[in-house]
Design a protein around this ligand. Structure first.
Ligand SMILES: Nc1ncnc2c1ncn2[C@@H]1O[C@H](COP(=O)(O)OP(=O)(O)OP(=O)(O)O)[C@@H](O)[C@H]1O
Ligand SMILES: [Mg+2]
Length: 530
């Protein structure tokens, strides 16, 4: 390494200090990608970090698979050596952990200045073309998470999965689904240091003593990682679930045909009248996404408390106290206890609505007792059907008494479904819990179902929850049904007029509570009963 310094004497160096700063854009425009039926025809390239990193998705004849290639500037041996020296020098110079929270533009500027100064100090003579590339890699690694940064910046990526060194990183793409990427970690050490960096970006710590990471990146993405080979057979691993910066609105979910406007209107009424809703389904079936969308309908003045293991929820409101269970290692018992403690203390804050990101264990009993004492709750839980859900709630470690289950008003079942060969998420059923007897046998009513063969949603009038609301609040069922129809029409109109935006939908939902007739009129809906 020392030798290199001598081979590039500093007397005739280019004037790096005067190099024009390269503009790096970490948020280039999202390209319109179209679904292509014949996978072998796919060949698209789009930019994720402008003008340096591109994604190339194409069919690979040799392996007979779609591949996801990251295209970045190629460094020659000399440039690689410069980059290595500068990386070490910058790392020694500043404590990046301290600066990492700072604004991206400030950091870009900072790195540019340091790079230029250090190049002079180290006596390395970098031509402008090389400077640009080196600057990119320094920014990528100090601001971002090294080789996976372009993937993290790709709007279309939903999940990233790395099952160990020497095997490719896989991802799920919004449009092209499962793809093998060109990223392969060549050694356990490299992967370990990436996992350390992920932990650091989540503000957490991972080590041999504490080898499981369960955290949230600054952009809201959820990270799970393991550090050592004795936990998973292949060594360090990680999975990242990416989240859109702003959650999908109810109207957007309608446009994806995840549920019908009627289902959304029904949930709106239930939320307004503080009914207890549990969203269930398999892994990544869209439970949290639906929960977040339903939360748009919480009346603006209501006090909301949310409790999560890792931060995923993003509620469009001011009157909201979010809390995240801390100090958990992702291991079994501890999480449950911290959620349990948080939930118990949250009820003391006298919330109108309690939102629990995911119910898994002991905390369920606190939640159900909270519901029984009049706090409304919306939460998610993993299971495939109402039967398995009820069984899970009644058996250890949760062990609720069957009669306590009666406080639950409605269960939404989310599912992955393939429609016309395309992967979608559907709200498969909305089930009302009419009664659970002391033996744990549930009587249910199913007002909404999705028919898979026709890809249609069906509604069966006669909601038992409407009866319950009617009795509790003294509003006639007719009136509720009218309100339900008006809201379904309103949601449909919003969808037709493409009112998708977070702020717009929120504003309308809030205004509807205060001036329903005005909102209905604005969208051409008769406000008298229909
Ligand atoms: N209605 C939808 N249409 C299309 N994609 C969706 C929909 N809902 C969620 N997704 C995508 O599916 C992924 C999983 O969503 P989400 O986290 O809501 O699922 P989940 O059931 O809560 O998952 P988990 O079991 O991990 O808690 C996300 O990447 C999200 O962007
Ligand atoms: Mg979830």
């Amino acid at each position: 390494m020392d030798k290199l310094f001598w081979t590039f004497p500093s007397n005739n160096m280019a004037d790096i200090q005067n190099y024009e700063k390269v503009k790096i854009d970490f948020h280039p425009k999202i390209p319109p990608l179209e679904k292509v039926k014949d996978k072998t025809k796919i060949d698209v390239r789009y930019c994720v970090i402008s003008p340096f990193a591109f994604i190339h998705v194409h069919w690979d004849e040799k392996i007979f698979e779609l591949v996801y290639e990251i295209e970045e500037p190629i460094l020659n041996e000399q440039e690689k050596s410069f980059l290595e020296q500068l990386t070490t020098a910058i790392r020694d110079l500043i404590n990046f952990e301290g600066v990492i929270e700072r604004n991206e533009d400030v950091l870009l500027d900072y790195i540019d200045k340091r790079l230029k100064l250090l190049a002079v100090e180290l006596g390395i003579d970098i031509p402008y073309e090389s400077y640009k590339k080196i600057y990119y890699y320094l920014c990528r690694d100090f601001i971002g998470v090294n080789e996976i940064e372009p993937i993290l910046r790709d709007y279309f990526v939903e999940d990233i999965e790395c099952n160990g060194a020497n095997s490719p990183v896989y991802l799920i793409h919004r449009i092209y689904r499962n793809l093998r990427t060109s990223v392969v970690f060549q050694s356990n050490e490299r992967l370990e240091s990436l996992v350390e960096k992920l932990a650091q970006r989540c503000g957490k710590h991972i080590s041999y003593a504490d080898p499981i990471l369960d955290g949230t990146l600054p952009d809201g993405s959820r990270v799970n990682a393991t550090y050592t080979a004795d936990i998973t057979s292949k060594g360090p691993t990680f999975t990242i679930r990416k989240f859109t910066a702003t959650p999908w609105t109810p109207v957007e979910l309608i446009s994806f045909k995840t549920l019908s406007p009627e289902m959304m209107a029904y949930l709106w009424i239930l939320v307004q009248y503080k009914m207890n809703i549990l969203i269930t389904g398999g892994t990544a079936s869209g439970k949290t996404t639906l929960l977040n969308a339903v939360a748009f309908f919480i009346p603006p003045e209501a006090r909301v408390v949310s409790i999560e293991d890792t931060r995923e929820l993003n509620l469009p409101r001011e009157n909201w106290l979010p809390s995240v269970a801390r100090g958990s290692t992702g291991g079994k018992g501890e999480n449950e206890i911290s959620l349990f403690t948080l939930l118990r203390s949250s009820f003391r804050q006298s919330p109108d609505y309690v939102i629990v990101g995911e119910v898994r264990g002991k905390e369920a009993s606190v939640l159900f007792q909270g519901m029984a004492s009049g706090h409304s709750s919306i939460s998610t839980m993993h299971s495939d059907s109402v039967d398995t859900l009820i069984k899970r709630l009644e058996t250890p470690p949760i062990e609720l008494s069957p009669t306590l289950l009666n406080v639950l008003d409605c269960v939404c079942i989310m599912t992955h479904a393939v429609v016309n060969k395309e992967e979608t998420r559907k709200l498969r059923e909305i089930v009302e819990i009419v009664n659970v007897d002391p033996n744990g046998i549930a009587t249910i009513n199913t007002p909404f179902t999705w028919n898979a063969s026709e890809d249609k949603f069906y509604y069966k009038p006669g909601s038992k929850v409407f009866d319950k609301i009617s009795k509790r609040y003294g509003i006639s069922v007719d009136e509720l049904e009218n309100e339900f129809r008006k809201r379904a029409q309103l949601i449909y109109e919003l969808y037709k007029r493409k009112v998708f935006k977070f702020e717009d939908v929120q504003e309308l939902a809030n205004r509807y509570y205060k001036k329903p007739d005005e909102v209905l009129k604005e969208f051409g809906i008769a406000s008298q009963n229909i």
